[in-house]
Design a protein around this ligand. Sequence first.
Ligand code: ZN
Length: 343
Amino acid sequence: MTGRDSNGGDDTDNTGATVRLRDGIEIELSDGTTVVADANRPNGDINVLSHAHGDHLYDDPPDGMICSALTAALAESRREDAGALARGTSPEIELHEAGHVAGSRAAEITDPDSGRTYCYTGDISTRSRSYLTGFEPPEADVLVTETTYGSPEYVFPEQAEIEAEIVDWLDETANRPVLLFGYSLGRAQKLQLLAREADRTRLLVSKAIDRINEVIEAFVDVSFDAERSGPDTELEAGDALVLPSGTNNLAFVDSIVEETGALKAGFSGWAVNEAFRYRGDYDATFPLSDHCDFAELEGVVKAIDPEIVYTHHGFADEFAAHCTSLGYEARTLKRNQTALGDF
Ligand SMILES: [Zn+2]
């Protein structure tokens, strides 16, 4: 049995453990030990970093951060503080491949006193693709899951189908340059590998993406073979240039399009919805995602079969309600709802 506290934001169960969304996710074990995951200012007794995306990354690294070696290297590269991150281990924490981006891990946490187990997913994808192994859910009593696409309208096509469509489009448009927009860590690397499969002459990337490529190449048996583009690069028909998402509406992109007739393509799970194309002013969009879709999230819940599901990110309320309809106890973690005892 689990009791909801009067504030509704965090939960203390009958073992004395608590799950909260504060700066990152905080799980307080029954002996008072705090496990903090993906905080800006990690201050737990045990600190976990699931992956090196900006919204999960620390400002200043604590000692003994628990993460994969590749995530540590990517984090240091993004924060430009090489050597600053001291990794640690803890008997309470076991990391599992999360299948989201290079280096990403989910954390399985065991309460040493009660034996209760927690699965904190970070961001996950159950699809194995390129050099990533899909997330295989461990058994756990408590599931704390991301729910970015936790709404039934977000069900993606098969991975092979999406990838074939992208390669076909790259071939069909090979008489023009293309600008491909995706997160610097994650989508950008998959887009390079797909552009290599297509009939394109040159593959170019921005400086930020090139730096991330280098870190991944040092850890993973993969080679992106992309040229770094610069201000002097002249884009020609047949070229594919991969740029960080978020730059698609910037002036420099408009001038490239004007000068070269380049086509713009966006890649995201949000592409399931037509609005993604209009908002991003893209010529083409594809639902290439590094997250679970709705059906895959449901599959994770059923595979873990926890006593309680905590949801956060994206469609957290909607997915919690869905878990309840499946017969699970489920709750949304809301930020800044803290118990009186915290002050
Ligand atoms: Zn992420």
